[in-house]
Design a protein around this ligand. Structure first.
Ligand code: ATP
Ligand code: MG
Length: 171
């Protein structure tokens, strides 16, 4: 099964992201817009792996307090993939650092490219390159847990389902 670890987003953040997608459409950008149900912040992409219980046990080892996640207010891109940036947050960096450490020691595979926190808005974008000035509402949420997600390819693109989640707790 295809797995990844992510932070799920609340409705307030999603609303800001939907508004940003609307702005992109206004500028005649075309491509595969992320469906509202699929919006998330990837922490680690595992890929094909068939021991989800082992991944959840590994996630459980992490010590991290709840923290706030705030949209950075801008849109960035990796080639033709456009994303919403988020504000720098040391606890998010620390969470990902621990996560990578424990995944490594448990020999669970994951993509080791440097962590570049982003929320994908559109893939394979074509059209206007003028999105740098779009202002995204700096919505905020408290992150109290993170989730193990499964990705399935359906007829209408990827469908993500939560396999389980781990709570962050005050230390
Ligand atoms: P599609 O591949 O059809 O575009 P998708 O990217 O939405 O669909 P997946 O490829 O299963 O679905 O990816 C799940 C999540 O993991 C997405 O947020 C994706 O951006 C991220 N992801 C996928 N591959 C990698 C990778 N090699 N490294 C880091 N993150 C990845
Ligand atoms: Mg993909």
């Amino acid at each position: 099964m295809r797995l990844f670890i992510a932070i799920r987003l609340d409705d307030n953040i999603k609303r800001a992201l939907i508004d940003a997608q609307y702005e992109l459409r206004q500028r005649s950008l075309k491509g595969r817009f992320t469906n509202i149900n699929n919006m998330h912040l990837t922490l680690a992409f595992i890929g094909e792996y068939n021991e989800p219980e082992k991944v959840l046990e590994t996630m459980d080892k992490i010590q991290c307090e709840p923290f706030s996640l705030t949209l950075g207010g801008y849109i960035g891109n990796f080639g033709n993939l456009l994303w919403a940036g988020i504000e720098k947050e040391p606890r998010l960096e620390a969470l990902v650092k621990q996560l990578r450490h424990f995944l490594s020691t448990e020999q669970i595979p994951f993509d080791r490219k440097s962590f570049n926190p982003h929320i994908t808005l559109i893939r394979n974008a074509i059209g206007s390159k003028e999105f740098a000035d779009i202002e995204v509402h700096k919505a905020s949420m408290t992150v109290g847990s993170f989730s193990l997600m499964r990705s399935n390819f359906g007829r209408h693109g990827a469908v993500y389902t939560e396999i389980g989640s781990v709570e962050l707790s005050q230390t």
